[in-house]
Design a protein around this ligand. Structure first.
Ligand code: CP
Ligand code: NVA
Length: 310
């Protein structure tokens, strides 16, 4: 179903395609744990363009490609001609002549859309200012592992900045039939167009989208509570101001008191203890959080295999 397609946004995927990625990621994980080789992308090459920092994304895509029998190339925008002004549309057409897939992490989402428009090979969005689809697909897999295979009807609360993670959670929850509630400060709500699309997507699956400013209202009876940094990559000079604005938008013990008593806490990492999450809540949920980090590997292998295999 996904062969030859781009993965820019979970909104572009059908409900069945989301399920297919999660199921296949689970199968690949089981194969890897059992030591069963799975060279689905033997002889294939993935180019990985990075205009922002990364630990998890870079390593998991590179290792994932190796485990699938292919090869990954790390392409820093500092070294590419793109960093000296070569147009994205030319870079896309050149790289398509060498590579079988392109992964990109950058600032403007429109740059990824342009890359995909001009590339002849699948393009995977590895984070833009607007969306982080690989992370949220990973989070859905992790929720299945910890809260049971049926995602429909669960409640996921997101506390903090209405950023790329919040936007992608809305899309992911809408496709999975999860009730999504975000609490953000006024003026830091998720993207308006993404919200509109997610509300429409949720109608098809029985999910829902709720945006509030009160953290306790969002977290009430939640099965999963997520957060992300108060200042994302590219917002470093707003850090001090944001610390004041977001004070109170924190996952801490008091907030967990209103959630479901079996609630799990997730964080895409990197985490800032004492800001969006307390150190004690982070450590109490370390098993889930580091399963989530590991699952980037399995989920992205599924995405690459499904989009790039012959
Ligand atoms: N969560 C995530 O995308 O991590 P990196 O920025 O380290 O890739
Ligand atoms: N919102 C964060 C996510 C990091 C994985 C950022 O964009 O920096």
């Amino acid at each position: 179903m996904l062969k030859g397609k781009d993965l820019l946004s979970i909104h572009d995927l059908s409900v069945d395609e989301v399920a297919e990625i999660l199921d296949f990621a689970g199968e690949l994980k089981a194969m890897q744990k059992a030591g069963v080789e799975h060279p689905i992308l033997a002889g294939k090459t993935l180019g990985m363009i990075f205009e922002k920092s990364s630990t998890r994304t870079r390593v998991s895509f590179e290792v994932g490609m190796y485990q699938l029998g292919g090869q990954a190339l790390f392409l820093s925008s500092r070294d590419l001609q793109i960093g000296r002004g070569e147009p994205i549309k030319d870079t896309a057409r050149v790289l398509s002549r060498y590579l079988d897939g392109i992964m990109i992490r950058t600032f403007a989402h429109s740059d990824v859309e342009e890359l995909a428009r001009y590339a002849d090979v699948p393009v995977i969005n590895a984070l833009t200012d607007l969306l982080h689809p690989c992370q949220v697909l990973t989070d859905l897999l992790t929720i299945k592992e910890h809260r049971g295979q049926n995602l429909k009807g669960l409640k996921l609360a997101y506390i903090g900045d209405g950023n790329n993670m919040a936007n992608s959670y809305m899309y992911g929850c809408a496709k999975a039939g999860i009730h999504f509630a975000a609490a953000t400060p006024q003026g830091y709500e998720p993207d308006a167009e993404v919200t509109k699309n997610a509300v429409a997507d949720a109608k098809e699956t029985g999910g829902s989208i709720t945006l509030v400013h009160d953290v306790f209202e969002a977290a009430k009876d939640a099965d999963v509570i997520c957060t992300d940094v108060w200042a994302s990559m590219g917002q470093e000079n707003e850090r001090e101001e944001r610390k004041k604005i977001f004070a109170g938008y924190q996952i801490n013990q008091a907030l967990l008191e209103v959630a479901d008593k079996h609630a799990i806490v997730m964080h895409c990492l990197p985490a800032h203890r004492g800001e969006e999450i307390t150190a004690d809540v982070f450590e109490a949920n370390a098993q889930v959080i580091f399963d989530e980090a590991e699952n980037r590997l399995h989920t992205q292998k599924a995405i690459m295999a499904l989009t790039m295999a012959d």
